[in-house]
Design a protein around this ligand. Structure first.
Ligand code: G1P
Length: 272
């Protein structure tokens, strides 16, 4: 069973400056709610019981967003009959019970973020989500968990992207393709058009085996001096670990740049 989800939250969000100079990108609201809450809802609906947030110690706002009981109690005292306020507090308390914090004080990559969580990983497999990749309309994590149950293997969420844009993404090599999935035989992080083995891109959802920790422990720094999860996945595939691509049915909403963030607001408000 997949019960734990790691959410790396230590990125600098430079593509969203100046907003991210005061608010972490994961707390920027989309149609009235931080994108992080969309991710949590997706996970809870897919059966996740615990979130491991990987955050820098010197950025307290994410902790404050979920752990500010004093503040809520104070206003609830004044506005005893405010039903909406009570509901908000209840929602926050529900998340609060599920969150554990792990610290990554410098953004050293998604691989390093996962490595920092090793002590808390309980089961053979766990979910990892990148919070600036929203997938709406169909629950992607749920689809991935179903494919994991069927294949007993690691899973990566994927969708076809424009061939001219492959160098923005991690790109997958495809074998044994069916309508909604395929077996991955290669991963290349941000390849040139020539290098790209397909135009199936990694979108920020992974079901990873706990044994990836051993690979990460001995992995050298990759592009940009960071420890990339993609490099560890590559090693595992070389060592015959099975990884499947889940061609998800939902709609992908990128929130990582200012332009795409504005667009995601429009797309999500149209949905509701
Ligand atoms: C990361 C991953 C990349 C993936 C992308 C999805 O890149 O390294 O493989 O395709 O997320 O959003 P980043 O967006 O951090 O550059």
């Amino acid at each position: 069973m997949i019960k734990q989800a790691i959410i790396p939250l230590a990125g600098l969000g430079t593509r969203l400056l100046p907003l991210t100079s005061v608010i972490p990108k994961e707390l920027l609201p989309i149609n009235g709610k931080p994108n992080l809450e969309y991710i949590l809802e997706e996970c809870i609906d897919a059966g996740i019981k615990q979130f491991i947030f990987v955050v820098p110690k010197n950025r307290p706002s994410i902790k404050k967003y979920f752990f500010n009981d004093k503040f809520y109690r104070k206003i609830l005292k004044k506005k005893k009959n405010d039903k909406k306020l009570k509901q908000v507090f209840k929602r926050i308390k529900k998340y609060q019970k599920m969150i554990k914090f792990v610290y990554q004080n410098k953004p050293q990559g998604t691989g390093d973020a996962v490595l920092k969580c090793y002590k808390y990983l309980k089961d053979k497999y766990f979910l990892m989500l990148l919070a600036d990749d929203l997938i709406i309309k169909k629950n992607c994590s749920k689809e991935m968990i179903a494919l994991h149950k069927k294949t007993k293997s690691a899973i990566i969420a994927t969708k076809k992207v424009n061939r001219n844009n492959v160098s923005r993404w991690g790109i997958l090599g495809v074998t044994n393709k069916t309508k909604n999935s395929f077996l991955i035989n290669e991963v290349i992080e941000k390849p040139s058009i020539k290098q790209a083995p397909s135009n199936f891109a990694i979108i920020g959802r992974y079901i990873l085996p706990k044994k990836i920790i051993n690979v990460l422990r001995s992995q050298k720094k990759g592009k940009g001096g960071e420890i990339h999860i993609t490099d560890a996945i590559k090693t595992l595939i070389k060592n015959d670990e099975k990884f499947f691509g889940n061609i998800f049915k939902g709609k992908y909403v990128d929130c990582g740049t200012l332009e795409s963030y504005i667009n995601s607001n429009l797309k999500i408000s149209r949905k509701n």
